[in-house]
Design a protein. Structure first.
Ligand code: PMP
Ligand code: GLU
Length: 393
């Protein structure tokens, strides 16, 4: 048997992506599954974006492209970012990658040395700790499970974990799994502190266009202009434009960091898919009406969810300000049903109700469940009805 590398041996598989496979398996056995698992929009990619992809194929735009992305897409990223965030970026600061997941991966590979510490939020998106460990880094948690109000993303939670070995911090706002958004005051405090300590501040804002609050998304690159070199933004088209399968994300960083990330991309994927890049140009510069209606629909679902979860009772949660996840404490029902933990509860719900939920342990938060509402209101109504009967029985 081939001996695997030490770094891959310690890597765990992605619990969210595993659920996507489990769903497909169950469906192939003829089961009807209600999927509140993986965070993937149930909407189709809007037609104008699909057509741009089809046109790219028709016009033979099917060859290698520049590693860090085509000029036309960088121009669209610059223009949309300027209009939305009031921030000007140069092409040399932008790296387009096959999904923001890969963008984040090469960003961490470019800065983290073995022994370095990276502060990640708790609860965390499942891939952060694995990526940090893959670089040989140590994961330190900025704890938002203890926050008051519930799950609030605070600067203090990061600052209190700083050590001379801290190399980078990851902020995820709106957060997966809680949907919480870090306020501009907290973000400014965080940036000011870590800038002065020469620590890289990574902001994963892949849900920033899915927000329900009235106030604007605080721009990490504009809050403290003097700290810009020290802030790296990682963004995605996956969620905003329902483009998960196209694999398209982008980062805006300092020029030297972008050059380092480009080198890693050169030797690993060459470039993001040429067709997806053309589709992304249309996504960012075309009509944004589809995004507005998707966000409106997510808001309706969130409000319905909150009302129904309140009716069921004994499920403490924080109302999400963004993204499309409910993250809630199911301790009461885990005890009532005499389960050991959230994994057992989620498994029992899957077996008995054919409903997929993600155990909170996957995000470092035992006794919780993540419920994605990137699924139709009809499924949500049916799923919550079944869940209520089950939990109360
Ligand atoms: N960051 C967060 C917080 C996510 O939830 C996801 C989920 N897909 C990603 C990054 C990666 O998205 P993608 O690679 O599809 O751009
Ligand atoms: N980010 C989504 C989720 O958390 C999709 C799966 C993944 O990439 O982890 O469910």
């Amino acid at each position: 048997m081939i001996e695997l590398s030490a770094r891959v041996k310690t890597m765990t598989s992605s619990p969210t992506l595993k659920l996507v496979q489990i769903k497909k398996q169950l469906q192939s056995q003829g089961k009807v599954i209600l999927d509140f698992g993986a965070g993937e929009p149930d909407f189709s990619t809007p037609d104008n974006i699909k057509n741009a992809g089809i046109e790219a194929i028709r016009s033979n735009f099917t060859k290698y492209t520049p590693t860090s992305g085509i000029a036309e897409l960088k121009k669209a990223i610059r223009a949309s970012y300027l209009a939305e965030q009031g921030v000007e970026a140069k092409d040399s600061q932008i790296v387009v990658s096959p999904g923001s997941k890969y963008g984040l991966f090469i960003l961490l590979q470019a800065v983290v040395n073995p022994g370095d510490e990276v502060i990640v939020p708790l609860p965390y998106w499942v891939s952060y700790p694995e990526m940090v460990k893959f670089c040989g880094g140590s994961v330190i948690h900025a704890d938002h499970l203890q926050s008051q109000p519930r799950f609030e993303l605070t600067a203090a939670s990061y600052i209190s974990r700083f050590s001379p070995r801290t190399r980078a911090v990851i902020v995820n706002s709106p957060s997966n799994p809680t949907g919480k958004v870090m306020s501009s005051m907290q973000l400014a405090e965080l940036i000011a502190f870590f800038h002065q300590k020469n620590v890289l501040i990574i902001v994963d804002d892949c849900y920033r266009k899915i927000m329900y609050a009235d106030e604007a998304y605080p721009s990490p690159l504009a809050l403290l202009p003097g700290a810009r070199e020290q802030v790296a933004v990682v963004s995605s088209l996956s969620k905003t434009y329902a483009m998960t399968g196209w694999r398209l994300g982008y980062s805006i960083t300092s020029e030297s960091l972008a050059a380092a990330m480009t080198k890693i991309q050169e030797h690993s994927t060459s470039n993001p898919c040429s067709i997806s890049q053309k589709a992304a140009v249309e996504a960012l510069s075309g009509d944004q009406g589809a995004v507005r209606s998707m966000v409106e629909e997510y808001r309706r679902r969130r409000d319905y969810f909150a009302r129904r979860v309140d009716e069921i009772g004994h499920i403490p949660y924080a109302l999400p300000d963004g993204a499309f996840y409910f993250f809630a404490d199911f301790s009461h029902y885990i005890q009532k049903k005499k389960f050991q933990d959230d994994n057992q509860l989620a498994m029992d719900i899957l077996e008995k109700l054919n409903i997929i939920l993600v155990p909170g342990s996957a995000f470092g938060a035992p006794n919780h469940l993540r419920i994605s509402y990137a699924t139709s209101l009809q499924d949500i109504r049916e799923g919550l009805g079944k869940l209520e009967t089950y939990l109360k029985s």
